[in-house]
Design a protein around this ligand. Structure first.
Ligand SMILES: Nc1ncnc2c1ncn2[C@@H]1O[C@H](COP(=O)(O)OP(=O)(O)O)[C@@H](O)[C@H]1O
Ligand SMILES: [Mg+2]
Length: 379
C-alpha cells in the first residue's frame, strides 16, 4: 500500500506561497502539514502545523521532517539532493530526487530534454566566459543567458548582444555555468500541468495561456484559447516528459508557441505553478489539491475546466506606494476573488493574485486586469 490517508502528516520542502496553498488544500482533506523553510516567517508558516526552520540542503533537518511525516513532497525544486536522500531513507519522497536532479540545473534539464528529442529552441551550455562568448556569437542578437542554477521569475538572467563583453555577462551571472538561448520570436506562451501517481496513472489540466512582463508572469488564463491541435500537442509533450522523468506529484511544463504554430519546451517545474492558480476557480480540483492527491497516492481529481478563469499577479510595489490597496473596489466585482500570501512587501515580490471567471477566456482576463487596476490608489 502506498496511499497516505487523511489524518496522516505531509512534510513539504519549502514554505513559500505554493507551500501555503498546498497546505490549505491538505488541511481541507484532513492532513497535518509540516514545512521546512529557512524563513521562520515563511508564507506557509501561518497555516502549517509546524515549521522546521532550516536550509533546504540541511540533512539533519530533512531527516527530522521525514521522521515527523508520513510522506514528503516539495513546493520548490531547489532542495539539496543529500537532504532528499536522507528523507527518502525514512519515508516516501514524491517526486523523487531523480526528478529534482534533472530539473534544478537548467543546463542538465535542457540536455535531458534534448537527449530525448523533445522540441527545444537552439541553445548552448557555457561553462566559462570563453564558451559564453562563443555561444553568444552563435545565438545571435539579444540572446537569453540564464544561470544554470538559482534563477527564477526572470532573475539570474541577462540579455547579451553581439557587442556585450562576455566576461562582464559571465561575472554578472555569478561566474558559473549558464545556458545561452537564441531569442525566439514568440507567438504566445502556454503551460501544461500533469499530475502523476505511483504506478503512472495521470491527469492533465488543459493548457493555460500565460502573459509575461519582463520575464515574470503577469497574468494567466485557463483553458488557453488555442486550437485543439496545439492543446493536444502540448498535453502530449507534457505527459511524455512526466512519464520519462517518472514524476510522482506534479510537473508543470512551460512552452513557447512560435509564429509558425510549432511548440518548443521552455522549462519544467516539479510542483504547483503560478500559471495554474486559476484552477482554484476554473476546475473541480485545484492544482494544490491535485498535488496532495498525487503525493498521497489518492485517486486524482477531475481536471476539467467548468468555466474560463484568469489570475493577475499582485506585486510588492502595490503596497509600497504608502497607501492601502483598494480591496473593496476590486471585490465589488462579484466574480472576482483575492488571494494573499501573507508576505511582507518588497519591490517585485509576488504578494498574491486576483482571480476572475468569465464567459470566455478573454472576459476572464479583462475582469482580472480591471480588478487589479481597481486596487491602485486614485490619483
Ligand atoms: N529563448 C527565449 N526566447 C524568447 N523569450 C524567452 C526566452 N527565454 C525566456 N524568455 C521569456 O522570459 C520568460 C522567463 O524565462 P524562463 O526561462 O521561463 O525563466 P524563469 O525561470 O525566470 O521563469 C519566459 O517566460 C519568456 O517570456
Ligand atoms: Mg519560467
Amino acid at each position: 500500500m502506498t496511499a497516505v490517508l487523511p489524518g496522516a502528516t505531509i512534510g513539504i520542502f519549502g514554505g513559500g506561497q505554493l507551500g501555503r496553498m498546498m497546505t490549505l488544500a491538505a488541511r481541507t482533506l484532513g492532513y497535518h502539514v509540516i514545512v521546512l523553510d529557512p524563513d521562520p516567517a515563511c508564507a506557509a508558516g501561518a497555516v502549517a502545523d509546524r515549521v522546521i526552520v532550516a536550509r533546504l540542503d540541511d540533512v539533519a533537518a530533512a531527516t527530522e521532517l521525514a521522521r515527523a511525516s508520513d510522506v514528503v513532497t516539495v513546493e520548490i525544486e531547489k532542495v539539496g539532493l543529500d537532504a532528499m536522500a536522507a528523507a527518502a531513507a525514512l519515508k516516501p519522497v514524491r517526486p523523487g530526487a531523480q526528478v529534482l536532479r534533472v530539473i534544478q540545473d537548467r543546463a542538465r534539464q535542457k540536455q535531458w530534454l534534448a537527449d530525448r528529442k523533445f522540441p527545444l529552441g537552439p541553445f548552448w551550455i557555457a561553462r566559462s566566459a570563453d564558451e559564453l562568448g562563443d555561444a553568444r556569437r552563435s545565438a545571435g542578437l539579444n540572446a537569453f543567458v540564464k544561470s544554470a542554477t538559482g534563477g527564477y521569475d526572470g532573475r539570474g538572467q541577462a540579455r547579451a548582444g553581439a557587442d556585450d563583453d562576455a566576461d562582464a555577462v559571465w561575472r554578472a551571472l555569478g561566474s558559473s555555468p549558464c545556458v545561452v538561448e537564441q531569442a525566439l520570436d514568440l507567438d504566445s506562451e502556454i503551460s501544461v500541468m500533469v499530475a502523476r501517481r505511483v504506478g503512472g496513472e495521470h491527469a492533465t489540466f488543459p493548457p493555460a495561456l500565460n502573459h509575461h512582463v519582463n520575464g515574470v508572469l503577469d497574468w494567466s488564463v485557463i483553458p488557453a484559447p488555442v486550437s485543439d491541435a496545439v492543446a493536444s500537442e502540448g498535453v502530449r509533450i507534457a505527459r511524455d516528459i512526466a512519464e520519462q522523468l517518472d514524476v510522482v506529484g506534479l510537473l508543470a511544463v512551460e512552452m513557447f508557441m512560435l509564429k509558425d504554430g510549432s511548440i518548443v519546451v521552455n522549462e519544467l517545474a516539479p510542483r504547483p505553478h503560478n500559471s495554474f492558480h486559476h484552477t482554484e476557480l476554473a476546475s473541480l480540483t485545484s492544482q494544490f489539491e491535485q498535488a496532495i492527491r498525487a503525493a498521497c497516492d489518492l485517486p486524482l481529481g477531475s481536471t476539467d475546466s467548468m468555466r474560463p478563469a484568469a489570475i493577475a499577479n499582485l506585486f510588492g510595489d502595490l503596497w509600497l506606494q504608502g497607501v492601502t490597496p483598494r480591496w473593496e473596489e476590486a471585490l465589488a466585482i462579484p466574480s472576482v476573488r483575492i488571494h494573499l500570501y501573507g508576505k511582507s512587501p518588497r519591490p517585485g515580490r509576488k504578494m498574491g493574485h486576483v482571480g476572475a471567471v468569465g464567459g470566455t477566456a478573454e472576459d476572464a482576463v479583462t475582469l482580472a486586469l480591471v480588478a487589479r487596476a481597481r486596487l491602485l490608489p486614485t490619483r
